[in-house]
Design a protein around this ligand. Structure first.
Ligand code: PMP
Length: 322
């Protein structure tokens, strides 16, 4: 779907995937005016097609557009575009526990000019691809990035814009070089408060059953999975605290046995146990270190059950597409 100032959103089409033409002076290529979303369509137990909280993705996309001074796409248009593509691609939606159709809605500024100002033309596109599990099972290892931060106060950390990910690639490469699966970012000001991972939010489980997750302070992506887990955990009777948690405290609590589980969550990772943290202050194993984490598993089962339409959905999160 195209946008032009004065003309609004126009020309929606569904086409076979192919390269697109961009003017070499298109604003996105120079000033990174780009935002995106990540969401999944699932094959439900009865063979139907469902999506998990697509309205929350539409809302976040809208907020990202505002932060990046881009044309706001009405939520209804975002949802219609995603739904129509899912319907066309419905035969590509795999069944099976960890398979789904991944959807990537994104928007780029494609007006051609040189000069730093918001573009007056945009292109909104959705692409789709079948995917399997993001991690192969068990627990992941996490590299604590002390040298690089992902987002600064007043910056774009709460928006899902490509630039945030560009800024995180070097830290992700460092994590791989250290034999870790993922990178963990600390805050930009003090380099001690745990924020989030490369493409996931993070939770900690204390011995007394309390869950702790960093608060959304403008530098963390407000994950839809994170939000759902806060509700699911509270409804399971767990105490959940959104509060700052430092990396020193994390190492200390893991050593003393107060911290018993940690997990990453997101559309791609769903809920994945973290087995160990590694970084400049050494390595620390969390709980069993092998993914056998009962609280994490309970929350994962509850979430997947709802997403796949196998459990009741009192929250109205699951929407049928067909
Ligand atoms: N943080 C970052 C940086 C991410 O890229 C993602 C994935 N969108 C998340 C957290 C998790 O968000 P969600 O649960 O909405 O997928």
């Amino acid at each position: 779907i195209r946008y032009k100032e004065g003309q609004g959103w126009h020309n929606p089409t569904i086409e076979a995937r192919a390269p697109i033409a961009l003017d070499p002076a298109a604003a996105v290529l120079h000033y990174a005016q780009e935002i995106f979303e990540g969401m999944k369509a699932y094959r439900a137990a009865d063979g139907g097609v469902v999506m998990f909280r697509p309205d929350a993705n539409a809302r976040r996309f809208h907020q990202s557009a505002e932060r990046m001074a881009m044309a706001p796409l009405p939520d209804a248009l975002f949802l219609e575009a995603v739904r129509e593509l899912v319907k066309v691609d419905r035969d590509w939606i795999p069944s099976g526990e960890s398979a789904s159709l991944y959807l990537r809605p994104f928007m780029i500024a494609n007006e051609a000019f040189l000069g730093v100002k918001p573009s007056a033309e945009y292109l909104f596109i959705v692409i789709a691809s079948p995917v399997g599990a993001y991690f192969s099972g068990g627990a992941v290892s996490v590299w604590v990035s002390e040298d690089y931060t992902r987002a600064a106060p007043g910056g774009t950390g709460a928006a899902k814009c490509g630039g945030n990910y560009a800024a995180s690639l070097l830290a992700q490469r460092e994590a791989k070089a250290q034999n870790c699966d993922q990178v963990l970012f600390l805050d930009a000001a003090e380099h001690r408060w745990i924020e989030e991972m490369g493409g996931m939010n993070i939770f900690f489980v204390m011995k007394d059953g309390t869950l702790v997750t960093p608060p959304l302070g403008g530098t963390i992506l407000p994950g839809i999975t994170r939000d759902a887990l806060l509700t699911l955990a509270r409804d399971k009777g767990l105490t959940v605290r959104e509060e700052r948690y430092s990396i020193e405290q994390c190492y200390e609590d893991a050593a003393s046995g107060r911290l018993v589980e940690a997990f990453a969550c997101g559309t791609a990772a769903v809920v994945t146990s973290i087995g160990r943290f590694r970084g400049q202050r050494g390595e620390i194993v969390i709980g069993a270190g092998n993914g056998a984490d009962p609280v994490t598993e309970g929350l994962r089962d509850a979430l997947i059950g709802i997403q796949r339409g196998q459990r009741p959905d009192p929250y109205g999160w699951v929407q049928r597409v067909d």
